[in-house]
Design a protein around this ligand. Structure first.
Ligand SMILES: Nc1nc2c(ncn2[C@@H]2O[C@H](COP(=O)(O)OP(=O)(O)OP(=O)(O)O)[C@@H](O)[C@H]2O)c(=O)[nH]1
Ligand SMILES: Nc1nc2c(ncn2[C@@H]2O[C@H](COP(=O)(O)OP(=O)(O)OP(=O)(O)O)[C@@H](O)[C@H]2O)c(=O)[nH]1
Ligand SMILES: [Mg+2]
Ligand SMILES: [Mg+2]
Lengths: 292, 281
């Protein structure tokens, strides 16, 4: 971890009430394994361990904690700091309707999240409309219609026109006409490496100008989280992330991976199949979860 | 000697990075690396290429360690052959059920689909479209009804209609939801009560993008209903699905098939050597 020069300095400081290098090294070896078990990406883990190593080595020894406990505390604080520290609200437009666009891989939970967001923002005084932009998946439109019906939230679905861009622009017109101030676009799941499908999202973004693009990612995603988020970030760009299915026992290391690689905040987490199972993201809770 | 050892450590680091980034997980990765070190003491292994070859052999040994029963059947199989499709939310169960209906339909088999997901919005409608697409029949109840009742009705229908293959699509459920796992056990009991030996297959559909959580998923589902095989879906993405090596090593459940797309023909038999090559690709 340290250069030869620093090592020399270190050996001299050794027993002076500072965390010794070997204390830190041994602890970090275990922490590395914990993070990998928690699905934090390999390169993100390596970078993170180096960062923590720098903070921990030479840190003043606290009387109430063992060296290992102290390193863990530094790790926990660093994790919390890295994943937090951003405004996690949604940017509402001064000129309604505000448009939120949901994107992500197949099966991540977008359609369910769309309904959850509609319910959440309605409880905050907004008048939402759901837009079924997925014309590919069998019964996707029906799925959103059923969810909207149960919530008594209007759902704009494609008529004869199945062009995703037209569906969205028609929805904006319809929302304005009805005085609705929030549009939630539920797009089809797609692979980040599907050029054509990623291009479709770029075209929707350019024509419809959403105020907020949210990546909906499965909370049990492993190492691939960096590729998925990285590609969506580069090709399309997004403002925040919603991590789903965290009601299970997945550790959720993808949260740190995505945040590290894109710099974008996690805004909400999905914690169940029902429409009320949506929570605002708490970085300290995620940090404890990742550390197991 | 000292120079040689340093090179091997660099090579091992690179192998370790590849395996970890493929979701093989730290425990199974260190197990594989230890085996490589062991073999390195007994046999000559110089350079990355040689070590990679040995790693591939070791992984293949794990992947091939249990017999892969062939799903394209002989005449002696029970009729109907009952396949239950299970797994956590969003992994591709309904789509896989549809792909299986296509596969068996093409083999000239009479297929019946059972819409036993009575909970999720438009789950039945989704499966109905797959039935139309693949020429399979479908049994469904209204939303909110008992999934075990759907399974029972479907099996009764399959028996009376002399169906060859009955595929039961179940609702996604997190393995940590005890009540939902109990529901799955009930479906299994009901099937076995009507036809001894049913379900003949319980396929767990696992999303290739899933990390280490795949291990408890397989473990819990296996304890609940006994998993006869895994289908690894969404391998057309960039995820390597390396966690199946850890699963095979610990639970020896065979990996049967892979999903490589959203269309009806995007289902392949699992090929261990192709899989191992792709890990290092
Ligand atoms: N347990 C749990 N299940 C969830 C959560 N969010 C979504 N799901 C479930 O995950 C499955 C997939 O959800 P969908 O909303 O259909 O996912 P999607 O991203 O729209 O899928 P595609 O449109 O096919 O890409 C469904 O069974 C949902 O009920 C969550 O937070 N917890
Ligand atoms: N790219 C790709 N997508 C797939 C594959 N298998 C399924 N999907 C997609 O994944 C999404 C979820 O598929 P479903 O079949 O609804 O998954 P499920 O497990 O039945 O979901 P729930 O019933 O809600 O738990 C859909 O958009 C499918 O088209 C695959 O092999 N590759
Ligand atoms: Mg959807
Ligand atoms: Mg389904």
């Amino acid at each position: 971890l340290l250069s030869e020069g620093l090592e020399q300095v270190f050996r001299k400081l050794g027993k002076r009430g500072k965390l010794s290098e070997s204390d830190v090294r041994n602890c970090l070896r275990d922490i590395r394994r914990v993070l990998l078990e928690a699905d934090v990406n390999y390169k993100v883990t390596r970078e993170f361990i180096e960062r923590v190593g720098e903070k921990a080595i030479g840190a003043k020894v606290l009387k109430s904690l063992t060296p290992a406990q102290q390193v863990i505390k530094i790790v926990y604080d660093e994790l919390t700091y890295l994943m937090g520290g951003s405004a996690v609200g949604i940017n509402f437009s001064p000129a309604p309707p505000t448009v939120i666009m949901l994107v992500g891989l197949q099966g991540g939970g977008k359609t369910t999240v769309a309904a959850k967001l509609a319910r959440y923002f309605r409880s905050k005084g907004k008048s939402p409309m759901l837009v079924a932009v997925d014309t590919r998946r069998p019964a996707a439109v029906e799925q959103l219609r059923v969810l909207g019906l149960a919530l008594d939230v209007p759902v704009h679905s494609p008529d004869a026109n199945t062009d995703p861009i037209d569906i969205c622009t028609d929805a904006v017109t319809a929302a304005r006409r009805s005085g609705l101030d929030l549009l939630i676009l539920d797009t089809a799941g797609r692979l980040h490496v599907d050029q054509e499908m990623m291009e479709e999202l770029v075209k929707i973004r350019e024509r419809v100008r959403p105020h907020e693009i949210l990546l909906v990612a499965d909370g049990m995603t492993g190492q691939d989280a960096v590729n998925i988020a990285g590609e969506f970030h580069e090709r399309l760009g997004f403002d925040g992330v919603i991590l789903t299915k965290l009601d299970g026992d997945a550790r959720g290391g993808a949260a740190l991976s995505i945040r590290t690689v894109t710099g974008k905040p996690i805004k909400f987490v999905g914690v169940g199949e029902k429409v009320d199972a949506l929570e605002v993201f708490h970085p300290e809770r995620m940090a404890s979860r990742i550390l197991g | 000697i000292k120079g040689h050892r340093t090179l091997d450590e660099e090579v091992l680091d690179e192998i370790e990075a590849t395996l970890l980034q493929a979701d093989v997980g730290p425990e199974t990765t260190s197990k594989i690396i230890s085996r490589i070190r062991e073999r390195g003491r007994r046999e000559k292994m110089e350079g990355l290429k040689a070590v990679k070859k040995v790693v591939k052999e070791e992984i293949l040994a794990i992947m091939d360690s249990a017999p892969t029963a062939d799903m394209s059947h002989s005449m002696s199989i029970p009729r109907p052959y009952v396949i239950m499709v299970v797994g956590v939310n969003g992994t591709g169960k309904t789509t896989t059920a549809g792909k299986l209906a296509r596969k068996f339909g093409k083999e000239g088999k009479k297929v019946l689909l059972a819409a036993a997901d009575t909970f999720r919005a438009a789950a039945t409608e989704q499966l109905e479209i797959w039935a139309k697409r693949t020429g399979a029949d479908i049994v469904r109840h209204k939303s909110g009804s008992d999934p075990a009742a759907v399974a029972f009705d479907a099996l009764s229908a399959a028996l009376s209609r002399r169906t060859d293959i009955l595929i039961i699509d179940t609702a996604g459920r997190l393995h940590t939801r005890t009540n939902l796992m109990e529901q799955l056990k009930k479906i299994k009991r009901v099937l076995g009560g009507l036809l001894e030996g049913a379900p003949h297959e319980a396929l767990l559909v696992l999303d290739a993008t899933t990390g280490q959580n795949a291990i408890p998923q397989v473990d819990y589902f296996n304890q609940a209903v006994g998993i006869s095989g895994i289908v690894l879906s969404k391998l057309d993405g960039t995820a390597k699905g390396g966690v199946v090596i850890a699963i095979r090593d610990r639970l020896s459940i065979p990996l049967r098939m892979i999903g490589i797309g959203e269309g009806p023909d995007d289902l392949r038999d699992f090929d261990p050597s192709e899989f191992v090559e792709a890990l290092f690709g």
